[in-house]
Design a binder for this molecule. Structure first.
Ligand SMILES: N[C@@H](CCC(=O)N[C@@H](CS)C(=O)NCC(=O)O)C(=O)O
Length: 212
């Protein structure tokens, strides 16, 4: 049985935004059976030697699929998509687009957006680094908004794992103000988060995961 390491307790600011949701959303869309191994972050479950053997970075998410251990949310989603043959195109050209946009989500978009969120959270709002990061994030979001004009989904005509990654990145560290100018991004994000599988995943997470 597929085991998914996810949070059982996490600080209240992070609850509802953590990256185990990417994996839980994907398995819900794919209809795969799984069990959750619940980890208590404030209780230092991620620092235990047994969890460090699973993920040397001591982070969530991770999976153990009958002995195949995978960490990194992007790698997990691509593995599960290839294994299940769902949320994944059947041709090489389509696969290339899903790989392309999965990496764009986790690198080109997540890096500036998350860095800005982190600097502002750490008291740097209004500082020169914060302004520079804001400029960088806006540049990439504007370009992403242009790509999304006239497109339903990010990589192909169908919803794929790249959409889960991009949507969750856009949900994560982005403030309301950051995305406000980008109508195509907002419409895309709404299209993806309105999917029944996301709603079911988030409801089950909120029911199960305690806030610390
Ligand atoms: N690049 C990793 C990042 C994982 C990550 O940042 N996980 C956070 C939760 S969303 C975590 O486990 N934080 C706890 C910690 O670092 O102590 C991925 O995409 O899976």
């Amino acid at each position: 049985m597929l085991k998914i390491y996810g949070f059982a307790r996490v600080n209240k600011g992070a609850r509802g935004k953590t990256r185990d949701l990417r994996v839980l959303w994907a398995v819900e869309e794919m209809g795969l059976p799984y069990e959750i191994v619940g980890m208590d972050h404030p209780n230092h479950d991620l620092d235990s030697p047994s969890y460090r053997a699973v993920n040397p970075f001591g982070q969530i998410p991770a999976i153990d699929d009958d002995g195949v251990v995978v960490t990194e949310s992007g790698a997990i989603l691509l593995y599960l998509a290839r294994k299940s043959g769902t949320l994944w195109p059947r041709d090489l050209a389509g696969e290339a687009q899903v790989l392309r946009w999965s990496l764009a989500a986790l690198n080109t978009i997540e890096v500036p957006v998350l860095s800005l969120w982190f600097v502002n959270l750490s008291g740097g709002k209004g500082s020169k680094p914060s302004e520079a990061l804001h400029h960088w994030a806006q540049l990439r979001l504007k370009q992403l908004d242009g790509w999304l004009a006239g497109r339903q989904f990010i990589a192909t005509d169908e919803f794929t794992v790249a959409d889960i990654l991009m949507t969750h990145v856009l949900e994560g560290g982005t403030t309301h103000e950051l995305l406000t100018p980008y109508a195509n991004i907002l419409a895309y994000r709404a299209r993806c988060t309105e999917r029944p599988a996301w709603k079911k995943t988030l409801d089950a997470y909120c029911e199960r995961v305690e806030a610390a």
